[in-house]
Design a protein around this ligand. Structure first.
Ligand code: GAR
Length: 214
């Protein structure tokens, strides 16, 4: 009998962070509350002192650090360390869901292809507008009246993968980077939980480089 979303075991979730970890905390809480059909297994940080590590421990989730600063090896070598940290916690390509949440490193093609369809990222703009760093600043500088956030499958490009969910945020007169970022962040938390929930229970999957509803 084929396993369906209803009968298959919940996916094992890893969240990769580099800093504050507010998206991480929102994903972990949603999974712990049963709003994402996934079991939070590990939070991995590229920075030792990331505030999100303490937040993860408070939430009862295992943590790992795979230090990025001063790492002397290649991207492939770094990604292999990440992959072995994921595997140590059972977050394999078959059983896992990996959520990048403010993870300030580009994931290389080997890891991207191993976790194809199981690797998500959140970005603080309505992609394909304003990819890369400083998306909120880019939106202010461009004078757009609406921006937002995007959750997408990760592909080999930077902020280019198939889009799973987006939420719009109005740019207000007098907005600063801080005020706009705060309103976008609140929507990121909602969009990421929605997107992860859809992927975790098989309602959305990656099909021919598009996010398709099942
Ligand atoms: C979030 O705004 C996320 O969209 C952004 O970093 C912040 C992390 O916040 N990511 C990027 O800009 C990646 N291109 P958090 O640590 O509180 O979740």
């Amino acid at each position: 009998m084929a396993l369906t979303a209803g009968t298959r075991a919940p996916l094992r979730m890893a969240v990769l962070i580099s800093g504050r970890g507010s998206n991480m905390a929102s994903l972990v809480r949603a999974a712990q509350a049963g709003r994402i059909r996934a079991e939070p297994r590990v939070v991995i940080s590229s920075r030792e002192g990331a505030a999100g590590l303490a937040a993860a421990r408070r939430l009862g989730v295992a943590t790992e650090v795979v230090r990025s600063a001063g790492f002397g090896g290649s991207r492939l070598e770094y990604d292999r360390l990440l992959a072995s940290a994921l595997r140590r916690h059972g977050v394999t390509p078959r059983a896992g869901l990996v959520c990048l949440a403010g993870f300030m490193r580009i994931v290389g093609p080997e890891l991207v292809s191993a976790y194809r369809g199981r690797l998500l990222n959140v970005h603080p703009a309505l992609l394909p507008s304003f990819p890369g760093l400083g998306a909120q600043r880019q939106a202010l500088d461009a004078g757009v009246r609406v921006t937002g956030c995007t959750v997408h499958f990760v592909d080999a490009g930077v902020d280019t993968g198939p889009i799973v969910a987006q939420r719009a945020v109005r740019v207000l007169d007098g907005d600063t980077e801080e005020s706009l970022s705060a309103r976008i962040l609140a929507q990121e938390h909602r969009a990421y939980v929605e997107a992860a929930a859809m992927v975790a229970d098989g309602r959305v999957r990656l099909r021919r480089a598009r996010a398709a509803r099942a």
